[in-house]
Design a protein around this ligand. Structure first.
Ligand code: ASP
Length: 345
């Protein structure tokens, strides 16, 4: 879904209106397979989190703070594959990845393969604040984050029965192959039809924002893909692959089969198409999501905002949990491909 410039993206003064966009993963989300109650839970969670981010933007918060807090709230929500509710590795553990990036100076911080940090996005933020390094992994990342005040939890804190059942169904159906969070849920439901047809979504979470000062930022957090090899790292914590922000162009957060997004350098490619090829935000996003990624096996989508406050939420799957909010306007939340993103909530 693309959301072109509209009357809502500029204020009366002509200055871009701050905006927050978020996603909770893309995938095979079909209407009939999800109960109204389940839909309502997702929509409610996304709406509440958008309201929290909208309030921050309205108070003049920096884009980096807004996306960090938005993703922290998404990590706390067990509906999504990040933080609590993260998917399982092949050996039934959780390895979490996150990244944050600030568009004004290209500062970035990321962690990968962490197992006991309650909010990986806060650890990524601590890495960003250190200026160097940019990416820390595993135990070293945990030590670094703990020294800077990040909260730890027992690894079991991330456990949820739904994700464990997903792991077992993926292992039964596919052996060693990994599966996207929501695809894994589809397998599960196919084996034992259940009201929750989350079966084929990628539940990674992300947020991008433009603040009142005209700065952009992006944040992304994930448990990766169900049944992933221990040590496997996807696109989400990699600057330019799953997460990118540059005030000159765009802020982007991706969700989908990470290997394709890495090989396609998806998030940075949106920026490069705008900066070097002169494409509009909508055209750059369309090129990456619909032309470039599918031949690489890149099922998924992304959210993006540019410095003029235009937003795009394209995906090549049946649906993507998504939404956006501007101060003073009701948040918009959507799941399915046929929902008209351009209509007011
Ligand atoms: N991109 C994530 C990964 O490959 C998965 C997702 O988006 O759900 O780790």
């Amino acid at each position: 879904m693309l959301f072109p410039a509209s009357s809502t993206s500029c204020s009366a003064s002509g200055r871009p209106v701050p905006v927050l966009v978020l996603h909770g993963g893309a995938g095979t989300l079909t209407r009939g397979a999800i109960t109204p109650e389940q839909q309502a839970r997702y929509r409610g969670a996304l709406n509440d989190i958008l309201l929290a981010g909208q309030a921050l933007l309205a108070r003049g918060a920096e884009a980096l703070d807004v996306v960090t807090e938005t993703v922290r709230l998404l990590e706390e929500c067990p509906l999504f594959n990040a933080g609590r509710g993260a998917v399982y590795t092949a050996d039934a553990r959780h390895e979490l990845d996150a990244c944050v990036m600030r568009g004004s100076d290209l500062a970035a911080g990321a962690v990968a393969g962490v197992t006991r940090l309650r909010n990986p996005v806060l650890a990524a933020r601590a890495v960003l604040a250190s200026a160097s390094p940019v990416l820390l992994i595993g135990e070293g990342a945990e030590r670094f984050a703990i020294e800077r005040g990040c909260e730890t939890v027992a690894p079991e804190w991330f456990d949820t029965p739904e994700r464990l059942a997903q792991l077992h169904s993926v292992q039964a159906a596919r052996g060693a192959a990994a599966a996207l969070d929501h695809d894994a849920q589809n397998l599960l439901a196919a084996q034992a039809p259940a009201p929750l047809d989350e079966r084929a979504k990628m539940g990674t979470v992300g947020a991008v924002a433009l603040d009142a000062q005209g700065h952009l930022a992006a944040a992304t957090s994930t448990g990766g893909v169900t049944n992933k090899l221990p040590g496997r790292v996807g696109d989400s914590p990699l600057v330019g692959a799953g997460n990118y922000a540059n005030d000159r162009t765009v802020a982007v957060s991706c969700t989908g089969m990470g290997e394709a997004f890495i090989r396609g350098m998806a998030a940075y490619d949106v920026s490069a198409l705008i900066e070097y090829a002169g494409l509009s935000l909508a055209d750059a996003c369309r090129r990456v999501v619909h032309d470039k990624l599918p031949p690489l096996g890149g099922r998924g989508g992304l959210i993006a905002v540019d410095a003029q406050g235009r937003i795009a939420l394209p995906f090549n799957t049946e649906g993507m949990y998504r939404g956006w909010a501007r101060p003073g306007q009701p948040p918009v939340v959507a799941i399915y491909a046929d929902e008209d993103d351009r209509s007011p909530a």
